[in-house]
Write a new protein. Structure first.
Length: 75
């Protein structure tokens, strides 16, 4: 899972890692991404980590902001 690979380089509390993993999977499902190796999964993970580094911890805000960023990003 892309998010865990990328999180190894970051320092987050265990509950933050759990939150990000849940949101990561939720966003992937919302976008209809079922392939675990799809490049968009890395984009989702990177955006979630960026938002968490900026201090965002609300699951709904993380989902909304990540969806917005991924849907407007060039693929």
């Amino acid at each position: 899972m892309a998010i865990y690979r990328l999180l190894r380089r970051e320092v987050f509390e265990p509950e933050d890692v759990e939150l990000l993993a849940v949101v990561y999977e939720d966003v992937a499902k919302m976008l209809g991404v079922t392939d675990q190796n799809a490049p968009i999964r890395e984009l989702i993970a990177r955006k979630l980590i960026e938002l968490a580094q900026a201090g965002e911890r609300d699951a709904e805000s993380l989902k909304e902001l990540t969806l917005e960023a991924v849907q407007t990003a060039p693929h």
